[in-house]
Design a protein around this ligand. Structure first.
Ligand code: LLP
Length: 421
């Protein structure tokens, strides 16, 4: 088993640490499955991206869908980030974390009237509309409330983000945004509506993008559109390039914020606009791990090895849903040979696995493992399937740590069902 390269999750005397806290200690104190996050990873990543674009008028809006724990949202908010919320539920979470609605972007391909009303009443910075019909609905609700709605229009630039098809969003065939062919006319049409203030252009071409080219291509296209709209006398303020910056899970080659900035800053400089970013994964993925215990091992008659662990698709859906790779390494180094195994969870689904045909150190019952890169789209995509209780989450800061969410109890599983019996 090779080690995942990280400055925030390192071995000391054969034990894996998150910053200065032993993961063995945490797994014993809080039991597994357990999510552990490095606060200083979050801080450093945010600063790295923010500083890379220091020469540009910009603001980062943390995409809370990647990790919506209140303490994580608060960590970014305290650094000066805004928050991108994708539903009334995420809005509620951000509000509970202490975020002023003025620092929120309200996103979503299918916002309900309730969500639009909430956004307008509470005064979010901008609502990002994804169809002409939606802008009409926003205009009607704004008229009813007697307010002017700040609206940005999400344009689908029709570029291939070259990522997993489930998380590619910027092709004309995808459901997201408004077709770039119609975009200009739509801006002109929307600028005539009584209770809409058009504030900007928005795009988001996909997630886990590891190449710069698709970003550059899309930004160039959208910059042209922005200029065309401005010269038609429609005064826009924001140019929002969405999220999507890819990270290292295995051996991908990614780009750094500095490289990102070198390519994009010259384009941004031509625009009279504040540049908005909506990163999620970049800020959180490699700041989190999911700790798990080996329950059983077995070998079938074909010689295939299974390692059954106590984490499953219910805690980390990504391998089952996207065949994603997550590095796995022992919490306490084991001096054994390697073997090839499927690392699987207890859920009654063949598709429930953490790793397939993975070369790992031969482990046995009671060994503890860390599933790496679990800080983004881990806990947020967890479920109670098979009656599983969601794990606790811990935030480490140097040699300190705190519980930021307890493990769910059996009461959580039944919610209010008993009173309906
Ligand atoms: N902005 C918008 C409008 C988005 O839809 C998303 C992600 C983001 C920002 C943040 O993207 P990021 O920087 O995290 O790539 N569950 C999938 C990822 C789905 C992403 C959905 N939208 C996964 O586990 O890979």
């Amino acid at each position: 088993m090779t080690n995942f390269k990280s400055n925030y999750f390192t071995y000391k005397d054969n034990n894996l640490y998150c910053e200065k806290v032993s993961l063995l200690k945490l797994s014993e104190e809080f039991a597994t499955p357990l999510f552990v996050y490095s606060k200083n990873f979050f801080i450093d990543r945010y600063k790295e991206l923010n500083e890379a674009f220091s020469s540009v008028n910009h603001k980062i809006y943390f995409a809370s869908k990647s990790n919506f724990n209140l303490s994580v949202i608060k960590t970014f908010y305290e650094l000066g980030s805004g928050v991108d919320v994708n539903s009334a539920g995420e809005f509620y979470r951000a509000l509970k974390a202490g975020v002023n609605p003025k620092d929120m972007l309200l996103t979503g391909v299918g916002k309900t009237d309730e969500e639009i009303r909430l956004g307008l009443e509470k005064g979010v910075m901008v609502i990002k509309a994804e169809s002409l019909e939606e802008v009409y609905v926003i205009n009607n609700i704004a008229t009813e409330l007697g307010v002017t709605a700040p609206v940005a229009i999400r344009v689908n630039p029709d570029v291939d983000a070259e990522t997993h098809p489930y998380i590619s969003t910027g092709l004309a065939e995808n459901k997201f945004g408004i077709d770039s062919v119609y975009a200009y006319d739509m801006f002109v049409e929307c600028s005539k509506l009584s209770n809409i203030e058009l504030t900007g252009i928005d795009m988001h071409i996909g997630s886990q993008i590891t190449k710069l080219e698709p970003f550059v291509e899309a930004v160039i296209k959208m910059a042209e559109l922005y200029k065309k709209i401005q010269s038609a006398g429609i005064k826009l303020k924001h140019f929002d390039i969405g999220g999507g910056i890819g990270v290292l899970y295995n051996n991908e080659s990614t780009f750094t914020p500095k490289e990102f900035s070198e390519k994009l800053t010259p384009i941004f400089m031509q625009l009279d606009a504040k540049i908005l970013f909506e990163p999620g994964r970049f800020l959180t993925a490699n700041g989190g791990v999911l700790l798990t215990d080996v329950l059983y091992t077995k070998t079938n008659s074909l010689g295939k090895n299974f390692v059954v662990v106590n984490s499953a698709m219910t805690e980390l859906l990504r391998p089952s849903l996207y065949k994603s790779y997550h590095h796995i390494q022992p919490i306490t180094k084991i001096d054994n040979e390697n073997f090839k195994a499927d690392v699987v969870g207890p859920v009654c689904e063949t598709g429930d696995y953490i790793a397939k045909e993975r070369e790992i150190t031969m482990v046995s019952r009671g060994d503890k493992l860390a599933i790496m890169s679990a800080g983004a789209y881990g806990m947020v995509m967890s479920s109670n399937y098979n009656g599983r209780r969601r794990p606790a989450e811990i935030l480490v800061d140097g040699s300190e740590y705190k519980v930021i969410r307890n493990r769910e109890t059996f009461e959580h599983l039944v919610f209010d069902e008993e009173k309906h019996l």
